[in-house]
Design a protein around this ligand. Structure first.
Ligand code: NOJ
Length: 985
């Protein structure tokens, strides 16, 4: 099966033989700079009010640029009077404040390029700001209502963002700011002559006992009084040479008026982040951001996982604010909930500059927009990629793939994509097929593509070091491989392919070359993937990067990248650059360009621009099923909307009940893929016995009927940055009861509310219906039974049936959902299917919804080739007993909006795409919750339509019960045209 050298097999066994190995990964106390950072905060806590930050603004250096665009000043630390730091504060035109601080004229340079990889462009600076300089501070007031203020106090340095006089975000309020300056070793050694320190011990967290400096030497308060891990650091059997010496950065960021914080994915924990400090912290270690391949990760832990997005939301019933910390090195974040109204956080990074973006909100929606303006919105995916993906490690031959496809078809189970894991390749030389098992790859892909399906094939970043691998040979010749600490030659490590090297995607010389590999036609310039087709898309795995014989299963920190930067400086961005360039390569391999699909395991702020992510190697347990939902929500609010978890759990053999529940979870994730480890039993859904098989078939079909809803939600996120999955606090920011809820969520603006069941033997589920100050008694209809549940002004829990075949899925009254209800084998085969409109009336008898549609594959939507419709239902007049259901062109109504960044000002509703679907009908309209039997239903000015009405029982404006149902069969209207249907009742 695998072709492996002895060492390779050994490391595989080591990696795979047992559960999570805590000893593979550092705790804070095993990481020198984190130890120093935490000791600093422990010391500050001990000293309480006598603690004072040594950092202050040199008032004589304050400068406001002539266009008022920014405020700059020199900053000194009283501990190191010879060292100067430069502080710059700018306000962007959307109110975001950027705070940068770097050492000036240092012996070396701190890495300052993290933001340039994350941001889509240099943000526009506000021209409306007037900085006011005083003797002790500088301030600027701004915003439409002039209610936002940024204040920089000089001594000690303290930066705060206020709204209506209330502090929203405070930097260095606790005095934990410390930027280690560059020094040279000899000078540093002489420092040991300074006042001697006394060491004592205090408990730090629940399990670690850490040394905290009790010293009269204030420098030691900050950096320890021995050169602890300054110039070299060992962990397990690895030694990190630290050629630049200490260069870490610590800062406290506090939210004095916000009791709940969310974000900083990826961690397996709750969405509302539990504390790591204080009297009874949930976790004893800080949250860690250091992209890592963690084997059998725990379902509740602050341990870092495959991706890192240093974005945090702080939320209260009044306002929401956010932070984006543009740092790419290892970062630890302590969170302390001081009260339910206030949160303290402490960020400790190994290297880089201070480059913080303060997002003023004041609502979650505003934060999403502010963050999207910085790092971009998710890209509009190919429509087929929202279908169901079938993966396993591995489908072992081209005939295996064909027979899996055949079985799906025989069982009438829709699927869009078949995946190939690493064993398709010869000796794990990606792109190169194993000729024995995959003798006819192009024919195989064509067989899959015959019904519009695609294949996704894995391409990992490790390049097997052999003369028989053109990709490695070419990269080596171009000298674009990551270098060892010496800066000479090629770094060599071990991964699936045995002895391997890694392309340095920070090197621009690698970019065009990488693209060339994906061309499906021969190139004169070098090797290309001629045994591939445009139906093959890509899975980027192991891009943390995972290195089996490296420190913490990754690359040594002192490896060298382009520009001479060490791996420690850029580690968390590394995975994003791989998927970025793969994404571009797949987009550009064909002419005209086709939308690529690239799945990545590792990611950073901005990765949303390059495709989807998944939560890595989860376990087939109920705990992992549940935490996967929270992780996907956390990624979603940090920009990474196209997310999902392996359905079934990667490890283990889930029993049928668990597998069914997992399909119910997956069908309501933006990315819906089943995947399994090589050692697991086959578990394709057609292998299940009844009733499980039938239930999963229904779930798959349900996903396909709702694809228009998902695609419409994706359009919205490409424009606004609002996540596709919206947790309770995003939907109802003022409802405190919802702040901790992370096991139910809404899908886009559709009005769908889902509460996946993640417990064994469940027959019921509890769903929270939000406090609704605008309209109490808000109605939610069970998607399947139309049972009407009513909210209450203070929020309310309802208990709903949830036996194995039942999914707690609701439509909020006031929504219209476009669906396609004809079962097909793949989404492409649905392209010309008619639509059903599900109209769920609100308490007041109104509803609205949207449908966005384009060809789903090319970029023609950027040239206006799409339809964007609005459906409404409302009474024809205030007290009338007539309901008008209408369809209108939304793009013409909202010319200021855009699709994929392209403004709609020149949109033509009669575009070529619209013409290509002009015959597509609405085949059915279902109206739920009408208050009386109709006397007539007709297209305005037309003949009576065929309809059926089932009265509701027990459901009234305030009561619960099954709602009435009006079903209009063949309403004789087209989906892309304007129309009105009038229901007289
Ligand atoms: C690790 C990935 O997380 C997993 O999904 C994949 O199957 C294996 N690598 C083998 O490629």
């Amino acid at each position: 099966m695998r072709s492996w050298t002895f060492l390779g097999v050994l490391s595989l066994l080591l990696v795979e033989s047992s559960a999570f190995k805590a000893h593979d990964f550092k705790t804070c106390s095993q990481s020198g700079f984190c130890r120093r950072g935490r000791a600093l905060s422990a010391r500050a806590k001990e000293a309480r009010s006598s603690w004072k930050s040594p950092y202050s603004v040199d008032a004589s250096s304050v400068a406001i640029s002539s266009d008022q665009a920014s405020f700059t000043a020199g900053v000194k630390s009283s501990l190191y009077p010879d060292i100067t730091f430069g502080l710059e504060v700018r306000v962007h035109d959307d109110g975001v404040v950027r705070v940068r601080m770097d050492e000036i004229g240092g012996l070396k340079k701190h890495y300052d390029e993290a933001a340039s990889w994350a941001l889509i462009a240099e943000p526009n600076i506000s021209r409306d700001i007037q900085w006011k300089t005083g003797k002790k501070e500088v301030r600027a007031v701004y915003g439409d209502k002039k209610d936002i203020e940024v204040l920089v106090e000089f001594a000690p340095l303290r930066v705060s963002l206020l709204r209506s006089g209330r502090e929203q975000i405070v930097l260095n309020g606790q005095g934990l700011l410390h930027m280690e300056h560059f020094r040279n070793k000899a000078a540093a050694e002489s420092k040991t002559e300074e006042p001697a320190a006394v060491e004592g011990e205090v408990a730090n967290g629940a399990e670690e006992v850490q040394t905290v400096i009790k010293s009269e030497n204030p420098r030691a308060w900050f950096e320890g009084d021995s050169e602890d891990a300054y110039w070299e650091e060992t962990f397990s059997s690895w030694t990190d040479s630290k050629p630049k010496g200490p260069e870490s950065l610590s800062i406290d960021i506090n939210f004095p008026n916000h009791g709940t914080v969310y974000g900083i994915p990826q961690h397996a924990t709750r969405l509302a982040l539990p504390s790591t400090t204080g009297d009874s912290p949930t976790f004893s270690d800080p949250y860690r951001l250091w992209n890592s391949d963690v084997f059998e990760y725990l379902a509740s832990s602050p341990v870092s996982l495959y991706g890192s997005i240093p974005v945090l939301h702080a939320h209260s019933t009044d306002t929401t604010v956010g932070i984006f910390d543009a740092v790419a090195s290892e970062t630890w974040i302590d969170i302390g909930h001081v009260s339910d109204k206030s949160t303290e956080t402490h960020w400790i990074s190994e290297s880089g500059i201070l480059d913080l973006f303060l997002m003023p909100g004041p609502t979650p929606e505003a934060i999403f927009k502010q963050y999207a303006r910085l790092t971009g919105t998710p890209v509009l995916p190919a429509a087929w990629s929202l279908g169901y993906h079938q993966c396993r490690w591995n489908y072992v031959s081209s005939d295996d793939v064909r027979s899996v496809q055949k079985r799906f078809d025989e069982e009438d189970m829709p699927v869009d994509v078949f995946w190939l894991d690493i064993e398709y390749s010869e000796d794990h030389k990606y792109f190169m097929w194993n000729d024995k098992t995959f003798p006819d790859p192009v024919e195989m892909v064509n067989d899959v593509a015959a019904v519009g399906r695609k294949m996704v094939v894995i391409v990992d970043p490790h390049l097997k070091r052999t003369s028989e691998y053109p990709a490695y040979q070419e990269a080596s010749k171009l000298e674009v491989l990551v270098k060892p600490p010496s800066g000479q030659g090629e770094y060599e490590g071990w991964c699936w392919s045995g002895s391997s090297s890694w392309t340095d995607f920070f090197n621009p010389a690698a970019w065009d070359w990488w693209k060339s590999l994906f061309k499906t036609y021969p190139l004169e310039s070098g090797w290309s993937w001629t045994k591939s087709t445009d139906a093959v898309h890509i899975w980027n795995d192991m891009n943390e990067p995972s290195v089996f014989n490296g420190p913490e299963i990754s690359m040594p920190r002192d490896n060298i990248h382009y520009g001479g930067w060490e791996h420690r400086d850029v580690h968390n961005i590394n995975g994003m650059l791989f998927s970025n360039h793969t994404y571009q390569a797949v987009a550009e391999r064909s002419d005209p360009r086709q939308r690529p699909f690239v799945l990545t395991r590792s990611f950073y702020a901005g990765s949303q621009r390059f495709g989807a992510m998944w939560t890595g190697d989860n376990l087939g347990t109920w705990e992992h099923m549940a935490v996967g939902i929270k992780m996907v929500l956390s990624n979603s609010i940090a920009g990474m909307s196209f997310a999902g978890s392996d359905v079934g759990g990667f490890f283990g053999n889930p029993e049928p009940e668990m597998l069914v529940r997992w399909y119910q979870v997956g069908a309501f994730a933006p990315f819906f893929r089943a995947h399994a480890h090589i050692d697991t039993k086959r578990r394709e859904p057609y292998l299940l016995d009844e009733p499980y098989k039938g239930i999963v078939r229904d779930i798959l079909r349900l996903r396909y009927t709702q694809l228009p809803v998902w695609y419409t939600a994706f359009r919205e996120t490409t424009v606004t940055g609002l996540p596709i999955l919206r947790p309770q606090y995003v939907m109802f920011p003022k409802d405190k009861n919802g702040f901790d809820i992370d096991d139910q969520y809404y899908i886009g603006s559709s009005g769908l509310l889902i509460k996946p069941v993640t417990t064994k033997d469940a027959t019921e589920a509890t769903v929270y219906i939000a406090e609704d100050q605008v309209s109490c008694f808000t109605v939610y209809y069970d998607y399947f039974t139309h049972h009407a549940y009513r909210g209450a002004s203070k929020g309310k829990e309802i208990t709903v049936p949830a036996a194995l075949h039942q999914i707690p899925l609701f439509v909020r009254g006031g929504s219209i959902l476009p669906t396609r209800e004809r079962p097909r084998r793949s989404s492409t085969l649905m392209k010309h299917d008619p639509f059903t409109l599900r109209v769920a009336l609100s308490k007041t008898g109104t509803a609205h919804g949207e449908l966005y549609l384009d060809d789903g594959e090319t970029y023609s939507h950027e040239k206006g080739q799409f339809i964007w419709r609005q459906f409404t239902a409302e009474k024809t007049a205030k007290k009338s007993k007539a309901l008008r259901i209408s369809s209108r062109d939304l793009a013409t109504e909202k010319p200021s909006e855009a699709v994929d960044g392209v403004a709609l000002t020149t949109f033509n509703p009669a575009n070529e795409f619209a013409k290509s679907i002009e015959d597509i009908r609405v085949e059915k309209i279902v109206v739920v919750g009408l208050n009386g039997k109709p006397s007539s239903v007709r297209v305005e000015g037309g003949a009576e339509l065929v309809w059926e009405y089932t009265p509701g029982h027990a459901a009234s404006e305030k009561k619960e019960g099954v709602a009435s149902l009006l079903s209009i069969k063949d309403p004789k209207v087209l989906v892309a045209k304007d129309w009105d249907i009038v229901v007289q009742y």
